[in-house]
Design a protein around this ligand. Structure first.
Ligand code: SER
Length: 316
């Protein structure tokens, strides 16, 4: 297997962790991280890359002999609402550029993350099935729903092996999210460990599908390495970790920090969250490529607190 992997959006919450996992899997020299800025501490092969520039993607693919692309760059749900048309243009243009370069160069595989944000009010709120009706109410969600269909189109029309997962909110200690509606679920742990008050932009009882970073990385690699014949869904696979609300997280945090203080000041992000599913049915991912989550809320909270404590207070 001579994979040469390009990661677009390597500085992001997921990208920064996924790059390390890919380096471990394929060797440092076979993973090309790219983003619009370079992070000084990054170890490995890096290219400055603005994915709105198709020629630049082509240059990087040619010069490194790229065989796979993980296209992770996007403006997320909350940030995207500040500039709806700009968000649509950016998210879609980057995807089109990646799909086109991948098609023209005959790449082996492409990964394009989708999201629970593709669902809207008309999907069942509990145990939402893979083929539920999609009427997203954010530009980000619309760009992911459209993107899934374009992914499937490139597969059906050109045979491009594009694979996708609808990620729940991702919780990890390794990196910070930016611009999403589920970001609170990472920030809350940082505040707890720093023993600071947390102001939550969602209501206490807003249950959302969430997943721990280690599970997300494993799911992504498992999907990408599954035999092509097993990938029956070419839009995107539902994926579930576990579902919980801010007050559920707070209960876990109290076990470690009984004095933890939280106050609820819901803003526009509450309206976004209110239209998303509370829980996800991921039976297709389980059947087609053997998906099983490992982390429940209790394990997620314990691991987040242990790891963040070690980051903030290294000598304790
Ligand atoms: N976590 C993302 C967001 O909140 C959803 O994909 O926007």
């Amino acid at each position: 297997m001579n994979a040469k992997v390009l990661v677009i959006g390597a500085n992001g919450q997921l990208g920064s962790v996924l790059v390390k996992a890919l380096q471990h899997r394929y060797g440092d020299e076979n993973v090309i991280a790219s983003d619009i800025q370079k992070v000084n501490s990054f170890n490995g092969v890096f290219e400055l890359l603005d994915a709105t520039n198709m020629n630049k993607i082509q240059d990087v693919v040619s010069s490194h002999g790229i065989t796979q692309i993980y296209h992770l760059a996007a403006i997320l749900s909350a940030k995207g609402e500040a500039n709806p048309l700009g968000t649509w243009e950016l998210n879609m243009n980057m995807l089109f550029n990646v799909l086109e370069v991948s098609r023209i160069n005959g790449l082996d595989k492409v990964f394009f993350p989708s999201s629970i944000a593709v669902f809207g009010e008309d999907a069942p709120w509990v145990n939402t099935p893979n083929n539920a009706y999609l009427n997203p109410a954010t530009v980000y969600g619309m760009s992911k729903a459209a993107g899934e269909n374009w992914a499937q189109y490139y597969f059906l029309r050109y045979g491009l092996d594009v694979r996708s997962i609808r990620y729940p909110g991702i919780i990890g200690y390794q990196s910070l999210p930016g611009g999403g509606t589920t970001d609170y679920a990472v920030d809350i742990f940082h505040k707890a460990v720093l023993e600071e008050e947390f102001v939550c932009f969602l209501n206490a009882d807003t249950t959302l599908p969430m997943i721990f970073m280690d599970d997300v990385i494993r799911a992504t690699l498992e999907l990408m390495e599954a035999p092509k014949k097993d990938i029956r869904i070419r839009t995107a696979y539902n994926l579930a970790g576990s579902s919980f609300s801010p007050e559920d997280i707070v209960k876990e945090i109290y076990k470690y920090y009984p004095e933890f203080k939280v106050k609820y000041e819901p803003d526009f992000r509450q309206d976004i969250a209110a239209r998303w599913p509370k829980s996800i049915n991921d039976v297709e991912a389980k059947v087609d490529w053997g998906w099983q989550p490992k982390y429940d809320l209790e394990m997620t909270a314990r691991t987040m607190i242990e790891k963040l404590k070690a980051q903030y207070i290294p000598h304790e």
